[in-house]
Write a protein that binds this ligand. Structure first.
Ligand SMILES: Nc1nc2c(c(=O)[nH]1)N[C@H]1C(S)=C(S)[C@@H](COP(=O)(O)O)O[C@H]1N2
Ligand SMILES: [Mo]
Length: 317
């Protein structure tokens, strides 16, 4: 199989140092039909415990554990990577607005004692969701601070009981080319897949998110359920998950399969380890001017360093 590795993930210069991340809010709201879409979602989705509803246009002053202010909702909802729809970050929201997210099933199996298929209602009902404001650092050099609503993946994994042979967790996004035109692009080995080592998956930071900014997750952000791994580059945080499989072997993942020299299995945020084609030592926080220094493990160093004791993080990038 031949993939267009040279073009597949090369940031345009505007992504490395975005000058025009300003989003025309009016145009965006109009194209997404935002208010109508949110109302329809709320009407057909099971009751969602709305944490801090954030009406559009209201200044947001939520802060994360580092005191950083969360990225304005318009950017979180309107500047996305979701290649199943389009590689145009501002195009994802309008193109995904009508994506079918209910009904939905997540099949959890492989090396577990209690395989289980969850319906959306199960996921929303069985787990106590809470607001988790986490940084997302895209490998392309931008970042956001996002108020997710979610729960630790570990809670779900404990319930299915991984066997002693289980060493990795493999995730798959839904494959639905009729609704996701990007999946008709042959360069990528669809469906989108990702993986974590089991101990990474069990870390309490590793989150399954079902909401954002106090409302059900928007299609653009990976509705109805997506992963959030805050100390890794954004592409590890796989969207619209339908399958989770426990395995013995390290699973193949989409970006790692396409360009292993650029996207390692671990992909921990590491300012000292440049991407082969650009530095990773600083980032542009979307909505802010200037650049910030990128922090080791995206700032979550004290919570995850132990996972990598004795490992060479240059070799294992
Ligand atoms: N299925 C799927 N998941 C995905 C992607 C994708 O293209 N498809 N993009 C990833 C990348 S590169 C990033 S930076 C984040 C962006 O998440 P956000 O749009 O919610 O900010 O989603 C990740 N998850
Ligand atoms: Mo990304």
């Amino acid at each position: 199989m031949i993939f267009q590795t040279n073009n597949s993930k090369r940031p345009r210069s505007s992504e490395i140092t975005p000058e025009k991340d300003y989003l025309n809010r009016r145009r965006f709201l109009k194209s997404v039909g935002y208010l109508g879409a949110a109302a329809a979602l709320a009407a057909c989705a099971p009751a969602v415990n709305r944490v801090n509803p954030t009406p559009m246009g209201v200044a947001v002053t939520k802060r994360d554990e580092f005191g950083d202010i969360s990225t304005p909702f318009d950017y979180v909802a309107g500047y996305n990577n979701f290649y199943e729809f389009t590689t145009d970050k501002e195009g994802v929201a309008p193109m995904s607005a009508d994506f079918t997210t209910n009904p939905w099933q997540v099949e959890v199996g492989g090396l577990v004692n209690n395989p289980r298929t969850f319906g959306l209602e199960d996921i929303l009902k069985d787990y106590d969701r809470e607001e988790r404001i986490y940084r997302l650092r895209c490998v392309e050099g931008w970042s956001m601070v996002i108020p997710w609503e979610g729960f630790s993946l570990s809670e779900l994994l404990k319930e299915v009981e991984p066997t002693s042979d289980a060493k990795y967790v493999y995730f798959e996004t839904v494959y639905r080319p009729d609704e996701m035109p990007g999946q008709k692009q042959p360069y990528y080995p669809w469906p989108y897949t990702e993986g974590l080592r089991l101990d990474e998956a069990m870390n309490p930071l590793t989150t399954l998110a079902t909401g954002v900014y106090g409302q059900p997750l928007l299609p653009a952000n990976g509705a109805p359920i997506r992963l959030v791994v805050p100390w890794k580059y954004g592409f590890k945080s796989i969207k619209s998950i339908v399958k989770i499989t426990l395995t013995t072997e390290q699973p193949a993942t989409l970006w790692n399969a396409i360009a292993p020299n650029e996207y390692g299995f671990y992909s921990n945020v590491n300012p000292k380890r440049p991407h082969p084609r650009w530095s990773q030592d600083s980032e542009r926080r979307i909505g802010e001017g200037g650049r910030r220094d990128t922090l080791m493990f995206n700032g979550y160093e004290s919570q995850v360093t132990d996972l990598y004791a004795g490992m060479d993080l240059f070799e294992n990038y």
